[in-house]
Write a protein that binds this ligand. Structure first.
Ligand SMILES: *Cc1c(COP(=O)(O)O)cnc(C)c1O
Length: 384
């Protein structure tokens, strides 16, 4: 391999910070000067702004995406004896809250093209115990909501969007967060809308749900020292909320920058034996991650690493094979689509502001890796 070395990081959070540094510092200083550190003015301001962005009536800020999902489930009293359907190919934190509430996760396969919950698999997974479906807008590509909502309506199920990777993505021109009964967002620093620490939110048009989540995030109290519900401490931090308001104003332009990077990748990788991300005709993808597929993943990832290109796998182990969920009783082979995807996927560097030079370099390394004789040429894999 040619050794003209260039370091390409997987993400670059500092570049995004430097572009808004003064506004961020002013926003933090304002909180410090007011001294309202817990559920302060900036939390309410951000909640209003983010509700408006998602086209919903209510947003409740919480301390992580994980908490957002758990509080939605708990607000609906989903727990022991209940089942919640979601996909086998998602991040651990989609599923952990189901178990944390005492409910049982029931897994289904994704659509192999979009990597999101396959509506065709949903009905067969429903039992009299099913209460809710959690769809995941994985990598920034929305799930196929219309058929999922239609089936859920028919069986009286709640639909929760795990929108942790999809701030600003659209399904048939409607923004995610407004497409089910409730949505959970994460503002983990690397997400499309990120804080500078942990943070999350629930978005919904259901005022009763929002009210219960508001109580649950803050020790079950509406009025100080009157604890109506047992509750938790899952409040959104005020300084993080102030930071999020600044970053929210940049979300659309940063998503556009991600799409420009994708256009460059699409061209640079065009002739190469890797499968580029599929985008459904009804989807506006926001590319939280740029995930290609290849049958020679280990080889390609190693060649990229040696050339200075950081990559990642989202996610190497499907949910049903996670040791922590062994007691669910699933086996290897139960979800062949998820298992195959887990072996083929590779996330390439993706962040707003990634340079054209970096993308060309990544493509050059892929080209060299796939032409080198040491390994069989990578078979292009089709999304079937
Ligand atoms: C990041 C993420 C979460 C969890 O968010 P945290 O804020 O880290 O708790 C949940 N689901 C998906 C799909 C995610 O990517």
């Amino acid at each position: 391999m040619k050794k003209t070395h260039m370091k390409v990081p997987f993400v670059d959070l500092r570049g995004q910070y430097f572009s808004v540094r003064e506004e961020i510092e002013t926003a933090i200083e304002r909180v410090l000067n007011r001294g309202d550190y817990i559920l302060g003015e900036a939390v309410h301001a951000f909640e209003e702004q983010f509700a408006r962005y998602c086209g919903v009536d209510q947003c409740v800020g919480v301390d992580s995406g994980l908490s957002a999902i758990e509080l939605i489930l708990r607000a609906w009293d989903i727990g022991s004896g209940d089942e919640v359907i979601t996909t086998a190919n998602t991040f651990y934190s989609t599923v952990l809250p189901i178990v944390a509430c005492g409910a049982r996760p029931v897994l289904v396969e994704p659509d192999p093209a979009t990597h999101t919950l396959d509506p065709g698999q949903l009905e067969a997974a429903i039992t009299p115990r099913t209460r809710a479906v959690i769809v995941v807008h994985l990598y920034g590509h929305p799930a196929d909501m219309d058929p999922i909502n239609a089936i859920a309506r028919r069986y009286g199920l709640k639909v929760i969007e795990d929108a942790a990777q999809a701030h600003g993505a659209r399904y048939k021109h409607r923004v995610v967060g407004s497409l089910g009964d409730a949505a959970a967002f994460s503002f983990y620093p690397t997400k499309n809308l990120g804080a500078y620490g942990d943070a999350g939110a629930v978005a919904t048009n259901d005022a009763d749900l929002a009210e219960r989540v508001r109580l649950l995030r803050n020790l079950g109290q509406r009025v100080r020292n009157v604890h109506e519900l047992r509750g938790f401490n899952h409040r959104l931090d005020t300084i993080q909320a102030a930071i999020l308001s600044v970053n929210l104003q940049r979300l659309d332009e940063r998503n556009a920058a991600r799409r420009r990077a994708v256009a460059l990748y699409t061209k640079a990788l065009a002739e190469l034996p890797v499968e580029q991300p599929y985008v459904a005709p009804w989807a506006e993808h926001v590319y939280h991650l740029y995930v290609i597929r290849t049958d020679n993943r280990a080889w390609l990832q190693q060649q990229l690493a040696e050339a200075g290109v950081a990559t990642a796998i989202h996610y190497p182990t499907p949910i049903h094979l996670q040791p922590a969920f062994a007691d669910l009783g699933y086996r290897k082979g139960d979800f062949p689509v998820s298992e195959r995807l887990a072996q083929q996927i590779l996330s390439l560097p993706m962040y707003p502001g990634i340079s054209e030079e970096a993308i060309r370099y990544v493509a050059d390394v892929v080209r060299l890796a796939s032409s080198e004789g040491k390994r069989p040429a990578m078979a292009g894999v089709r999304a079937e």
